[in-house]
Design a protein around this ligand. Structure first.
Ligand code: UDP
Length: 239
């Protein structure tokens, strides 16, 4: 075991990251690859809580853009995150890491309901906890869920794996070849510059509760381990 910088981390996995190159749905081989990295983190004695997104299956906003009721579309999005949570649990099981799924919308036949104290207890017993169904409320995102759960379980940091970027830039690097990457940044700068790294609700929640964030490229899966043991990668926010 190395001298890990963090004792407890929230790993935010976007839905997209579970889809791999297929771009949609769940790729079990990718899930297992991610699970292997989480296993390495777990073996360092670091408590791991995972917040999964749902964008690989459904996003509420795309439904409402096509005329659906926003809240209804968002509930569908939250259910999508639960499928990802179960897939992640399966991946962890394949590599021998004990885990529990807790969902913010009750579905007791497949997962525990979210109970903060129980989530902490699971981690103390060496289990990885996977949070599904976001916050349980429409009009929120799983980035906000990561911020909320990190505050609740007193995590040291949120590790946010992104596809298509290796950190936060001052403009879109895919459109602007002169875009500059930040090594460090404050939450107020993200808000002031309107950087589209996560929504403003999530950003404010992290800022108000002093939760550091590390944004890194998840396409190099080893980055999950590097970020969790405190290697300087991607962009670090707050502190
Ligand atoms: N969602 C929601 N409330 C929450 C979290 C998520 O309504 O607290 C819905 C929302 O429709 C969102 C979808 O679930 O679009 C999937 O989550 P998100 O877009 O954050 O997933 P990601 O982009 O990380 O894959």
């Amino acid at each position: 075991m190395g001298a890990a910088k963090y004792k407890r981390v929230v790993l935010k996995l976007s839905g997209e990251s579970l889809a791999g190159d297929q771009g949609f749905g769940i790729n079990p081989a990718v899930v297992e690859t991610i699970a292997k990295q989480i296993k390495r983190v777990h073996e360092e004695g670091i408590d791991v809580a995972i917040v999964v997104g749902g964008g690989n299956i459904w996003r509420g906003l795309s439904g409402s853009a096509k005329g659906m009721d926003r809240a209804q579309a968002d509930y569908m999005g939250m259910l999508a995150t639960c499928m990802n949570a179960l897939a992640m649990q399966d991946g962890l099981q394949q590599v021998g890491v004990p885990s529990r799924v807790q969902t913010a919308i009750e579905m007791r036949q497949v997962a525990e309901p979210y109970i903060r104290g129980k989530a902490i207890r699971h981690m103390e017993k060496g289990r990885v906890v996977i949070f599904g169904a976001g916050t349980g409320n429409p009009y929120f995102s799983t980035d906000t869920t990561a911020a909320l759960r990190a505050a609740e379980i007193k995590a040291d940091v949120i590790l946010m794996g992104k596809k298509g970027t290796d950190g936060i830039y001052d403009s879109d690097p895919n459109k602007n070849p002169d875009a500059k990457k930040f090594d460090e940044l404050s939450y107020s700068e993200i808000l002031a510059r309107r950087l589209a790294i996560m929504d403003s609700t999530a950003t404010s929640l992290c800022m108000d509760n002093d939760i550091p964030l590390v944004v890194f490229n998840i396409e190099d899966y080893e980055n999950i381990y590097r970020a969790a043991v405190g290697e300087v990668i991607g962009t670090t926010v707050g502190g």
